[in-house]
Design a protein around this ligand. Structure first.
Ligand code: AHM
Ligand code: MG
Length: 294
């Protein structure tokens, strides 16, 4: 692949490793739609496919020269990999969709700082979307692009990456929205905002952040996993999910918020901490912040 002179070789090697692992993750899904019998550090049930994807990605990402550590939503401790960037991964985002056979993804954040780190320390972020097609969106110093990933499942470097959009940007005209959590658990302020949004946009919610965010990047709109009355930090993990997705959407010309400023400015406290996440067209995120301010 021909890339801009400002491309970062370590970042490129990380996304090569992720792309090369994607076919194997995908191929492993049919036999791993069952619970693994363990819980992750967030107290959630871990599926067999979560464990397997984490193992494959840990091996592939840790082997990249210039990666100093690998951290994952599924492991309590980070894996020491030498000197270099800290890579934070949600190996199988939306794995509750395994049983119903709906979209899932892999989320990757490359931080130039030990974890937990601020979103401002991200040098690149991306995600793989295991939809009918396997695609990968990468945001780095050269911009935001979408690629189609195809290839062998033996993870030996055989995957091909075809850029299908080399300048991915949030469309000006918003069309879709998707909000997580149960309506009775939403705050009154968020509910009032949601009522406005649902009168303007079309609901598209699939239960996997990566799939839902990819709709926002494709059609314009807003995705949220909001602060809940009994869970003010929402559900999504700050290091593994919120920061990388906020980085991608902001680089694509959109905006992010925790409800009080950009996700990228939120303080990092612990590796597995949660954070509310609102991303999408800037106008919709501005209105969200106004609504939550009331
Ligand atoms: P996971 O990484 O354990 O799959 O959890 C995160 C997922 C997100 O992909 C999605 O936005 C959210 O959980 C959906 O949660 P819910 O099923 O509560 O709507
Ligand atoms: Mg997730």
């Amino acid at each position: 692949m021909v890339r801009d002179a400002s491309a970062n070789p370590v970042v490129d090697a990380v996304f090569d490793a992720v792309a090369n692992t994607a076919p194997a993750v995908r191929e492993a899904l049919p036999g791993r739609r069952v619970e693994s019998g363990t819980e992750n550090p967030s107290g959630e049930t871990v599926m067999a496919a979560d464990v397997y994807a984490d193992e494959l990605l840990a091996e592939a990402v840790s082997a990249v020269d210039g990666v100093g550590s690998y951290a994952s939503e599924e492991r309590r401790e980070t894996v020491d990999a030498g000197e270099g960037y800290a890579v934070a991964v949600d190996p199988l985002d939306g794995s509750s969709n395994l049983r119903s056979n709906n979209a899932m993804g892999t989320v990757v954040g490359v931080y130039d700082s030990p974890l937990p780190a601020s979103g401002r320390d991200l040098v690149a972020a991306g995600y793989v979307l295991y939809g009918p097609i396997t695609t990968m969106v990468v945001a780095d110093a050269t911009g935001v692009r979408e690629e189609v990933v195809e290839g062998d499942s033996d993870g030996d470097g055989g995957a091909s990456r075809t850029v299908v959009d080399d300048d991915l940007s949030v469309p000006d005209e918003p069309t879709v929205y998707g909000f997580g959590g149960r309506v009775p658990d939403w705050t009154d302020d968020f509910l009032a905002y949601a009522r406005e949004v649902e009168s303007e946009l079309k609901l598209r919610y699939g239960g996997a952040m990566v799939g839902d965010v990819n709709q926002v990047l494709t059609y314009g709109g807003v995705f949220a996993y909001p602060a809940l009355v009994d869970a003010p930090a929402g559900k999504l993990r700050h290091q593994f999910e919120a920061n990388p997705i906020a980085f991608i959407v902001e680089r694509a010309g959109g905006a992010s918020s925790t409800g009080d400023g950009s996700v990228l400015d939120a303080e990092a406290s612990t590796l597995h901490q949660r954070a509310p996440l609102y991303v999408g067209n800037e106008s919709l995120i501005d209105r969200l912040e106004d609504a939550l301010d009331e």
